[in-house]
Design a protein around this ligand. Structure first.
Ligand code: MG
Length: 196
């Protein structure tokens, strides 16, 4: 297993919105300042992936000084990070992210962000969590948006092997529940009798 953590923050700019978060266009009076499309959530996700495999970080791979990444779609950054993860022999287990923003309200967009990120990471939406928190008026407050993301990687296995495993799981009987205290007591009594 490998674990990676990503963090990013962007200020709101003076231009009007919408802003992009998790690859989703979110209506808001102000957009975020940045060289690329300023998708602060995808930047944190990409850095978590890159960190987990010990690769150079987002700023090193896609320097803001490079005009190629001007207004770039940040989904390309995540795609590059996922490709590197696969090449290194890993696949994403799950991702957990917290978006820290006093505005806009992100509740109505969480499902769309989750779905978009899960597609980028090639995992089920249930393995992606996007949580929204306000700062309760503390910094960075209304000045911008910050994101923390944590990702878990597991060794990549081929599709064929994955299919074999799921077939085997279907055939094998469900795991027994934890034995009750009563069952344990009875089995101990039985063992004791046999011992005597
Ligand atoms: Mg950034």
């Amino acid at each position: 297993m490998r674990i990676g953590i990503g963090y990013d923050s962007h200020r709101f700019n003076s231009r009007s919105g919408p802003l992009r978060l998790g690859g989703v266009r979110i209506p808001h009076a102000r957009g975020l300042a940045g060289h690329s499309d300023a998708d602060v959530l995808l930047h944190a996700v990409a850095d978590a992936l890159l960190g987990a495999i010990g690769a150079p970080d987002l700023g090193e791979l896609f320097p803001p000084s490079d005009p190629r990444w001007r207004e770039a779609d940040s989904r390309a950054f995540v795609n590059e990070a996922v490709t590197r993860v696969r090449k290194a022999g890993w696949q994403v287990g799950n991702l957990d992210a917290t978006v820290i923003a006093d505005a806009p309200r992100l509740g109505p967009h969480k499902t769309a962000m989750r779905r978009t990120i899960s597609r980028l990471l090639r995992i089920a939406p249930s393995a992606v969590s996007v949580k929204a928190k306000t700062t309760e008026g503390l910094a960075p407050g209304k000045a911008g948006i910050a994101v923390q993301a944590v990702v878990l990687l597991k060794p990549a296995i081929s599709n064929l092997r994955q299919r074999r495993i799921s077939l085997w799981l279907k055939q094998s009987p469900p795991e027994a529940d934890q034995p009750s205290a009563e069952a344990v007591r009875k089995s101990r009594t039985r063992k004791n009798r046999t011992a005597r």
